[in-house]
Design a protein around this ligand. Structure first.
Ligand SMILES: Cc1cc2nc3c(=O)[nH]c(=O)nc-3n(C[C@H](O)[C@H](O)[C@H](O)COP(=O)(O)OP(=O)(O)OC[C@H]3O[C@@H](n4cnc5c(N)ncnc54)[C@H](O)[C@@H]3O)c2cc1C
Length: 283
């Protein structure tokens, strides 16, 4: 398979990338591990690609309170990081295979907003902020507002993600990711991300999201409500995981790999696994 013809531009700066995208109605090219396959399948025909691969947007930094991940940071770098919350490094380490993790980027993953991707789910659970630059200026967008629908985000056409920031994980906080792998691609048929804080033996805050089920990753507010104020014992975790059924509407999707009903049945199983990891790490 080969892609339709396109013009190629390499950006030397963020401002140039934005201006090239606007001028040529081009798509940003980062790791190319989602964009090139969809072009090869003729599902996208952008006409112009703006290569952002050499921009200075790679790396992870922490100021103690906040961890910032550059948009061009690869999944492998995130998986190896001890600075990011456990749920983020764990999920990044479960993406695809080594080749995908060495080429695919955080910015590209969330911009593509594939419902089977892992990072949108994690970004929701971590209440991440997505930082962008565009011809109308810079924005900081909450993950809740960023993911709009199937393969759709609130990004403008010429708007580039520069970085993503999340709160550092304190000692009383733990997080975890659990995933039902598509056996061929390793994309998530169900993905669950959880972060909990335990104070004086009781859960003082919880943030949970699920992906792979619905057109866009979903916050599991019923699960969160079933955790806060409780001791995180087996009974609480089981009841909270079961509550994810209340967070799933009629839009659970099925395909040749797993029916909607099967995914719905698997959701509490993987939410519980994510909660168990998060609770153990919070202790
Ligand atoms: C075999 C295979 C298995 C995979 N398995 C998984 C998996 O298990 N879990 C998972 O989550 N993902 C998986 N992926 C997807 C992978 O994680 C991709 O790396 C990722 O989805 C896209 O990142 P990229 O850097 O390759 O982006 P690209 O393919 O270069 O771009 C993707 C889209 O994002 C846009 N874009 C890229 N960077 C930016 C930016 N900074 N600002 C604005 N827009 C931008 C592009 O214009 C394009 O529309 C898999 C991919 C393959 C090929």
């Amino acid at each position: 398979m080969y892609p339709p013809k396109f013009d190629y531009y390499r950006a030397g700066s963020t401002a140039e990338a934005v201006s090239l995208a606007k001028e040529h109605n081009g798509k940003f090219l980062a790791g190319g591990h989602s964009l090139i396959p969809v072009m090869n399948l003729r599902l996208a025909d952008p006409g112009a690609l703006v290569d952002i691969g050499r921009l200075d947007m790679k790396g992870i930094s922490s100021n103690g309170d906040t961890v910032t991940v550059g948009a061009l940071t690869t999944h492998a770098m995130v998986a190896a990081s001890g600075d990011v919350p456990a749920v983020l490094s764990e999920a990044a380490g479960m993406i695809g295979d080594p080749q995908v993790r060495n080429r695919g980027t955080v910015g590209g993953n969330i911009a593509h907003a594939d419902p089977a991707s892992d990072l949108p789910t994690v970004m929701l659970a971590l209440k991440a902020t997505i930082h962008t630059e565009g011809s109308s200026g810079s924005r900081s967008i909450s993950a809740d507002d960023f993911f709009v629908d199937l393969f759709a985000t609130s990004l403008q056409e010429d708007e580039i993600i520069t970085s993503v920031s999340v709160a550092s994980e304190g000692k009383k906080t733990g997080s975890g990711y659990a995933k039902l792998f598509n056996p061929a691609s390793r994309y998530a048929m169900v993905g669950a991300a959880a972060q909990v804080t335990v104070e004086n033996g009781v859960c003082s805050s919880a943030s949970v999201a699920v992906g792979g089920l619905t057109p866009k990753a979903t916050r599991a507010s019923s699960v969160e409500a079933a955790l806060v104020g409780k001791k995180l014992d087996d009974d609480t975790l089981a009841a909270a995981a079961a509550a994810v059924a209340n967070d799933l509407d009629d839009d659970v999707m099925g395909d040749m790999h797993a029916s909607a009903d099967y995914r719905r049945q698997m959701a509490p199983v993987f939410v519980r696994r994510a909660l168990e990891k998060a609770a153990a790490r919070a202790k």
